[in-house]
Write a protein that binds this ligand. Structure first.
Ligand SMILES: Nc1ncnc2c1ncn2[C@@H]1O[C@H](COP(=O)(O)OP(=O)(O)OP(=O)(O)O)[C@@H](O)[C@H]1O
Ligand SMILES: [Mg+2]
Length: 350
């Protein structure tokens, strides 16, 4: 039997990682800060781990940031994005002493005349001042997209966390072109986590939960699904969603994420397909108006096309300029990163 509903899954086989992260928080709360770097291929579950962490940290002031393509060339953009809310929420006294060196980053926009070391030093003291009020948890996701100066700062901070209630948790894709500063930060981290693909048993449980398939149907689909996903949770979830869709046939486990996405796009109308391709082409920072213009659809068509794409779980309901997952955008744009491109990894045996 198939269930129509597709809920969000619980994290499977991540007990060790969560235990380590919980331990890092406990130590930081006691004044012994550490930096953790989570590395792994696209879709392995790095963001999901960070989400789980962000939900168990009541004691901390939490600052979160996600790297973006558009900001990689702006010095310290990631650190300003990470800390600006905390800065604006806080007493200006936080900028006393050496912290003041970081003031121009927050209040004067882009400045090219400042010496990098002064900014590193200023940001370092700013984070220490913030942590004096309440333990501080800094979470940076998609750090492969962060600017090099911010990565150098995180590394600088990682070397100076002892004795301070600050936990730094950074996640980044492995096997994706990344600035050398990311590897230096990874090397300097106190702990490194590399979440692994799900086991065949966990894959089965996840597919059962998401697709509602019965035991017999699971027996039919799992050999191909396990092989084609390699236990990568993103792939498992996407293929399970495909199988949960009305009309999908059990002998039709998609061979690749591109194929799975193409099949989903084939079920929506022409305007929706154009919107999806335009959104994938223009990227996350595009304005909705530009997406609609590139797609060459009318405003009325665009509204129902977007609803259709949200309904088929391609676009994010909270911000329809974005795909529900960056890998879906990559699949539509035809730029799936090589490490998980099924043409190299998950081609079915003939
Ligand atoms: N341990 C897990 N158990 C079950 N589902 C998981 C697990 N980890 C991740 N998922 C699911 O897999 C999908 C991909 O996970 P996530 O977005 O965390 O990957 P990622 O490593 O951050 O990918 P990217 O590098 O593209 O950002 C999510 O939809 C998530 O719900
Ligand atoms: Mg992610």
């Amino acid at each position: 039997m198939r269930s129509a509903g597709v809920g969000s899954p619980v994290l499977m086989e991540r007990d060790d990682e969560l235990r380590i992260l919980t331990d890092v928080l406990a130590r930081a709360a006691d004044g012994d800060g550490e930096a953790v770097v989570v590395r792994g291929p696209a879709g392995i579950g790095k963001t999901s781990l960070l989400e789980a962490l962000a939900q168990r940290n009541e004691q901390f002031r939490t600052c979160r940031y996600r790297g973006r393509d558009s900001e990689a060339g702006q010095p310290f953009a990631a650190m300003v994005g990470l800390l600006d809310q905390a800065v604006f929420d806080t007493d200006p006294a936080v900028f006393r002493g050496a912290s003041a060196l970081s003031l121009p980053l927050f209040f004067e926009g882009e400045r090219t005349d400042l010496h990098e070391f002064q900014l590193l030093h200023g940001l370092h003291w700013l984070t220490i001042s913030l942590s004096e009020q309440r333990p501080l948890l800094l979470i940076v996701d998609d750090a492969q997209l962060a600017d090099p100066q911010s990565l150098r700062f995180l590394r600088y901070l990682a070397d100076r966390l002892a004795g301070h209630p600050i936990a730094v948790v950074v996640a980044a894709r492995s096997a994706t072109p990344a600035p050398p500063e990311l590897d230096e930060l990874t090397g300097a981290a106190h702990r490194r986590l590399e979440p692994q693909p799900l086991s065949p048993d966990a894959t089965r449980d996840l597919v059962a939960t998401l697709s509602g398939l019965d035991d017999h149907a699971l027996d039919v689909v799992l050999p191909a699904l396990t092989e084609r996903t390699g236990g990568n949770p993103f792939y498992v979830c996407e293929f399970a969603r495909h199988l949960a869709a009305r009309g999908a046939r059990l002998d039709e486990v998609p061979a690749t994420i591109v194929e799975s996405t193409d099949r989903r796009l084939a079920t929506v109308g022409r305007a929706a397909r154009s919107i999806a391709v335009a959104a994938a082409t223009l990227g996350e920072s595009a304005a909705l108006g530009d997406i609609v213009e590139l797609a060459r659809v009318s405003t009325a068509e665009a509204t129902s096309a977007i609803d259709e794409l949200i309904g088929s779980e391609l676009l994010d309901p909270t911000d329809p300029r974005h795909f529900r997952h960056p890998l879906l955008r990559d699949a539509v744009a035809g730029t799936v990163p090589p490490v998980i491109d099924s043409t190299s990894h998950f081609v079915p045996h003939s």
